[in-house]
Structure formats: C-alpha cells, structure tokens
Design a protein around this ligand. Structure first.
Ligand SMILES: Cc1cc2nc3c(=O)[nH]c(=O)nc-3n(C[C@H](O)[C@H](O)[C@H](O)COP(=O)(O)OP(=O)(O)OC[C@H]3O[C@@H](n4cnc5c(N)ncnc54)[C@H](O)[C@@H]3O)c2cc1C
Length: 247
C-alpha cells in the first residue's frame, strides 16, 4: 500500500489554539495576532505556549478545537476488506475507486499471483506469521507452501474468470462479483485531527487487522509531520487507550 498526503490545513495547531482560546477570551480571536491570543498561556516562547495549551486540551478531553484542522490522504492499493473497515467511520469523507467504471481488463492473471491487483496477506506465505483468531501458532513450511499455492491459484483463477466475463460482454459492475475481497482499491479520505485520533484509537490497536493497522500507522506518521505537538502528545500519552476520543 502507499499512503500519501494530498492536502491539509496550513498551520493547524495555530488554528487549534485560536479556537480553544476563543472559548475563554473576552477579546475577539479573529481581530488579533496569535501572540496576543496566547499571551496569558504559560511558556517562554510561542511554541512553548502552544505545547502547554495543546497538552492541556488533550489531557482534559477538550477535543472540540481539534475538529477544525482537516487533512486529506490518498491511499493506494489496500484491499476492499480494509476499505470496508475504514469506511465504517462516519465522520470521515471518502472517494473510492469504482469497479463499475474502472475495469481491470489489462491485468495479466499471472501477475496477480505475485501481488498485482489483489493483496496477498502475510499469513499466506509466512510460516512465522501468527494472526488473530488463528487456531494454532507457527505452522510448518509444507503447510505454508500449500497455503500459498491455494491462495495464488484462487486469485489468479478469479481474475481470469472476471476477464472472461468481460470478454463475453458482461458489464464490469456485474463481472466484479467474482473478484476476491482482497482486490486492491485506491481511496481518497478526509477527516479532522480529532477524528484521526479516534481512527487511530480503534485501528492502530492490537485487536485491529494487520492491514488497517499498517495503514493507520502511516496516517499517524504523516499526522506527526502535520500537527507535531498534537500527535507527539497522542503517541506519548494517549495511544492504545481504547476509545479515548469517543466516550
Ligand atoms: C477490532 C475491530 C473489530 C470490529 N468488528 C466489527 C464487526 O465484527 N462487525 C461490525 O459491524 N463492526 C465491527 N467493527 C466496527 C466498529 O463496530 C465501528 O462501527 C467502527 O469502528 C466505527 O467506529 P465508531 O463506532 O467509533 O464510529 P465512528 O463512525 O468512527 O464515529 C465516532 C464516534 O462518534 C459517535 N457516533 C457516530 N455516529 C453515531 C451515532 N449514529 N449515534 C451515536 N453516536 C455516534 C460515537 O461516539 C463514535 O464512537 C470493528 C471495529 C474494530 C476496531
């Protein structure tokens, strides 16, 4: 998968601070500088004041100001299974690559065996991989070879059948019914900083599936560059506390 930043609010943490200070200030935050707005917050520099205020907001569960900054990600090549999981989050906006208007008629089914078009989970090929709800621990090499063979044969067959149906004139929107849930999809998704922390609470957690966890960790890496004070605090003090932002 590839996760990239498409767009994001500029100076997101200035915005969080202005919004939060608005609540407790007699002055109009729209009519003064950030320095003036932050004047009474503890800290020797503006950066230190931002750290004080943002840390205080997060520690006290005052999450509203984090709803103002927005970020948009472009995600390439996650499974439709992962897509079904992430699209359950109702405060995230999505655009999802269509299988009605995009047909995979030029993919070579032989390449599908090697990871083209369909995500191959690590448990199909790695004997050391132990997934959640797995009935046993590590398995022997022969079993994993068999697993990989069944998995690769099945996805190759599915894509071959799909393309045959297209050749027989079936519309892509119906031919797609034979494709596996691991079929790759590209997604554009937007959310605010509060929602990103909520998504991370649920989807970076140990009980989430490996693929959405991997995607969420990449979202968090980007978020750490975008809102460094907020997501550094999140990683240090809040991550892995279940449902912290959704009481
Ligand atoms: C490990 C894991 C396993 C899962 N397994 C399943 C499963 O087997 N089957 C399944 O169906 N789902 C499953 N889910 C999905 C899960 O139940 C949620 O639907 C999904 O994670 C969305 O999160 P959310 O409920 O916090 O809502 P979001 O849409 O992310 O909303 C954020 C918060 O807003 C509030 N909110 C939003 N909408 C409403 C509303 N209509 N009414 C009241 N409050 C609202 C809630 O506080 C909510 O927590 C699983 C999730 C995880 C992380």
């Amino acid at each position: 998968m590839e996760v990239t930043l498409l767009e994001a609010t500029e100076d997101p943490e200035d915005l969080v601070c202005k919004a939060a200070r608005n609540d407790y200030s007699g002055a109009f935050v729209g009519g003064q500088s950030l320095e003036a707005t932050m004047e009474t917050v503890d800290g020797d520099t503006l950066e230190a004041k931002k750290e004080t205020l943002i840390g205080h907001l997060l520690d006290h569960g005052h999450f509203g100001p984090f709803e103002h900054p927005q970020i948009t990600f472009a995600i390439e090549g996650v499974s439709r299974s992962c897509m079904a999981q992430i699209t359950r989050h109702r405060h995230v906006s999505f655009d999802v690559q269509s299988m009605r208007y995009v047909s995979f008629d030029d993919v070579d089914p032989a390449d599908v065996r090697e990871g083209e078009m369909v995500v191959i989970p690590p448990s199909a090929t790695d004997p050391e991989w132990v997934g959640r709800n797995q009935k046993q621990g590590a398995v022997d090499e022969a079993d994993v070879e068999k697993r990989a063979e069944i998995f690769r044969d099945t996805i190759e067959d599915a894509v071959e059948s799909y393309q045959e149906l297209l050749d027989l004139g079936m519309p892509p929107e119906d031919a797609r019914f034979v494709l596996p849930i691991g079929t790759k999809v590209n997604i554009v998704m937007s959310m605010n900083a509060r929602m990103l922390m909520h998504v991370a609470d649920m989807r970076a957690a140990a009980d989430a599936q490996w693929e959405i966890r991997e995607m969420t960790e990449e979202l968090l890496d980007i978020a750490g560059e975008w809102c460094p004070i907020t997501f550094d605090h999140y990683e240090r003090e809040m991550k892995n506390r279940k449902n912290r932002l959704a009481p």
